[in-house]
Design a protein around this ligand. Structure first.
Ligand SMILES: Nc1ncnc2c1ncn2[C@@H]1O[C@H](COP(=O)(O)OP(=O)(O)OP(=O)(O)O)[C@@H](O)[C@H]1O
Ligand SMILES: [Mg+2]
Length: 263
């Protein structure tokens, strides 16, 4: 049963009652002749974490990019807490941790500066941080265990540390919906456990999460619901019911026994 907004998200009452955190309805995305997503439907409830699973090239990153408005859909609609994507972005409702980060390694900014970018939508045109912005940045860095590296140049971090900086940026933003595209890739077991803990806390506080991962073992503890994607949604629902051997075989393009119910 999808949970709908009955209480405020982590950052206050911005959630109309009865509205899902994320609704993707009939979305089709094409890159010239490649159909990356076809008639995709999914919903993430408020205070819910949903896992997104699919093989390489199945359209996961395309889906995230479409939800944040970086990729145009040829058909269909995306709503975030009842708003269109542009409005939701302008209100800072969507925190996005991309699979490939867009920050130039040679760009002379500190870890603190990158996390502060998550506050830009609240700052005026001068982008002068106020005390509340500095506090939010410090708290976010603390939550991902990077407080000690706040002053370091972003280019001088390891890959796993950079991943956590991007999560801190999304947390500092005080977003209501977090979209994380393979956030565990490159993380050691300790860092992964700590990031999972941060996400669970976020959800417990009423936030909503859509997270793609190839780590199926951690999915049941992290996500109450999951979606299997292969250009189209192959299965969705409670994680334990979705992650069946048969469904996974279809999702990863393996041979399915004749009785397996393949389409
Ligand atoms: N900018 C692009 N231009 C053309 N085709 C693209 C582009 N980006 C992705 N594609 C194609 O769209 C399909 C979906 O790609 P996408 O990156 O969304 O997959 P993914 O599920 O995120 O894969 P991975 O697990 O490797 O990250 C693939 O066939 C891919 O080759
Ligand atoms: Mg991807």
């Amino acid at each position: 049963m999808l949970r709908r907004a009955l209480r405020p998200g982590p950052s206050g009452d911005r959630t109309p009652v009865g509205v899902a955190a994320l609704q993707v309805a009939g979305v089709t995305v094409r890159y010239r002749e490649v159909v990356a997503l076809e008639d995709v439907h999914l919903e993430v409830g408020v205070g819910e974490a949903c896992g997104l699973v699919g093989m390489n090239g199945s359209g996961k990153s395309t889906l995230f990019r479409t939800v944040v408005g970086l990729q145009r859909a040829a058909a269909g609609e995306v709503r975030v807490l009842g708003r269109g994507v542009d409005r939701a972005r302008a209100e800072g409702l969507i925190g996005y941790v991309p699979q490939q980060d867009e920050i130039d390694r040679d760009f002379p900014v500190s870890v603190r500066d990158v996390v502060l970018m998550g506050r830009y939508h609240r700052m005026g045109p001068t982008r002068a941080p106020r005390a509340g912005d500095d506090r939010a940045v410090a708290a976010a860095l603390d939550r991902v265990g990077l407080a000690d590296l706040a002053g370091r140049r972003i280019g001088r971090l390891s890959g796993g540390q950079r991943q956590r900086v991007l999560l801190a940026r999304a947390l500092a933003q005080d977003a209501a919906v977090l979209l994380l595209d393979e956030p565990f890739t490159g993380l050691d077991v300790t860092s992964q456990a700590s990031v999972e803990g941060v996400l669970r806390e976020f959800v417990a506080a009423g936030g909503s999460v859509l997270v793609s991962t190839h780590d199926l073992a951690s999915l049941p503890q992290l996500c109450s619901r999951s979606v299997l994607l292969h250009r189209r949604v192959l299965a969705s629902g409670p994680t334990a019911q979705v992650l069946t051997p048969e469904n996974l075989a279809r999702t990863f393009g393996l041979d399915v026994p004749a009785t397996g119910g393949a389409p």
